[in-house]
Design a protein around this ligand. Sequence first.
Ligand SMILES: Cc1cc2nc3c(=O)[nH]c(=O)nc-3n(C[C@H](O)[C@H](O)[C@H](O)COP(=O)(O)OP(=O)(O)OC[C@H]3O[C@@H](n4cnc5c(N)ncnc54)[C@H](O)[C@@H]3O)c2cc1C
Ligand code: SF4
Ligand code: SF4
Length: 411
Amino acid sequence: MTGLKIHQDKCVGCGLCVKTCAADALAIQNKKAVVNEACILCGMCLDSCPFKAISIEKQAAPKEDLSAYHGIWIYAEQQQGKILQVAYELLGKGQELAKQKGCKLTALLFGNDVANEAQSLIVYGADEVLLCEHPLLDTQIDENYIDLFDQLIQERKPEILLFGATGFGRSIAPRIAARRQTGLTADCTILDIDSENGLLNQTRPAFGGNLMATIICPNHRPQMATVRPGIMQVQPCDEAHTGEIIRVDYADPDASKTASVELLEQVIAAHVNTIADADIIISAGKGIGSQKNMELVKRLAELMGGVVGVSRPLVDIGWSEYQNQVGQTGSTVSPKLLITFGISGAIQHLAGISGAKTIIAVNTDPEAPIFSVAHYKVVADCVEILKHMIANLEARPENGLLIEESKDKLS
Ligand SMILES: Cc1cc2nc3c(=O)[nH]c(=O)nc-3n(C[C@H](O)[C@H](O)[C@H](O)COP(=O)(O)OP(=O)(O)OC[C@H]3O[C@@H](n4cnc5c(N)ncnc54)[C@H](O)[C@@H]3O)c2cc1C
Ligand code: SF4
Ligand code: SF4
């Protein structure tokens, strides 16, 4: 076990370390420092001791044969028998990663009476589905699922394991990682395989979104990550794709662990349409210049059958509501068409639009970062372009028809 050690032969009981510890984990007893269970191993006290009487003893984890781990697993979370959209997004990314690694892509489908859903995972890219049906998996009680994951990881040794960053995914993934003594990167926005060492590069915003950090897990398996819903692309359904559905047993389920939990009712929140569900988004940034120009943005959105999105500063100054904010601290969107007007493309904004299929950006600055992700680049005054598009669309008598047509073409 890793732990804090006070070297009694060196400690003179001066108490300097006690003052340093913010966790109240140190005290002086019989003129020597002692540590209690509140210690979080932050290491702050090490430098505070002038006598070098404190150290953190790390016990190396037993060496594992990492080459025994193969394949990419994604957890296909279901609620009330229906697989969540994020599972298909993970399959989309998983196919790419499996191709890079030259390995199988496996989907995990657990529940009670969920077998009917397994085939849909295969046509969306899984090479095999590990299907486990058991009454204990009927409801999302962490302990039951964690035991099953633990069992399967030990038996089958996956190299990579991905979860959607849903409430349940965020709850069980860290506990599974702790059981297996491996690492977990939460809320990844980019995943790829390092071409040199074959490790999973897990990239996520860090330090308040001011930079993107790429995290690796070189010494433990599986390499685990959660991925925010709406970030990865679903690949087209391929009815010709074949795969194997493998039933797995839930060995020795320990119902006594959950006997103290009585689930009275499971209420799935009603789905409310948000900007994250929109097919067409007309997005505005500070470049639109004034609040009155928001009316132009709204009008264009209306004419195109879309919804309004904004960058964060527009919410901060009260030109729009938070529910319209796109980006790292707003919504992650994946529309078929996104048109941005006067948005620079800061990293925090780009974090929310990587799922957009077609991006048209309008900006006066030809070097604006938004152009690095845009499919069509319009270097122009966005207010002029807004007015021009509105005038054109309004001039068409078949306005409504145009909206339907444009939606059809995008689908
Ligand atoms: C922790 C953290 C989280 C954040 N989260 C988010 C988030 O979720 N979403 C978000 O959007 N931001 C977020 N931000 C803010 C982000 O860093 C940027 O400040 C913000 O995205 C910039 O918004 P903008 O593009 O509208 O404005 P600016 O960066 O000021 O860009 C305005 C753009 O308009 C162009 N322009 C000016 N006039 C015209 C014109 N007449 N016609 C056309 N173009 C014109 C300019 O060339 C410029 O590129 C976050 C920041 C932090 C620190
Ligand atoms: S600072 Fe060092 S010497 Fe002083 S009480 Fe703490 S461990 Fe002992
Ligand atoms: S390692 Fe951190 S928490 Fe533990 S005793 Fe030292 S200062 Fe306190």
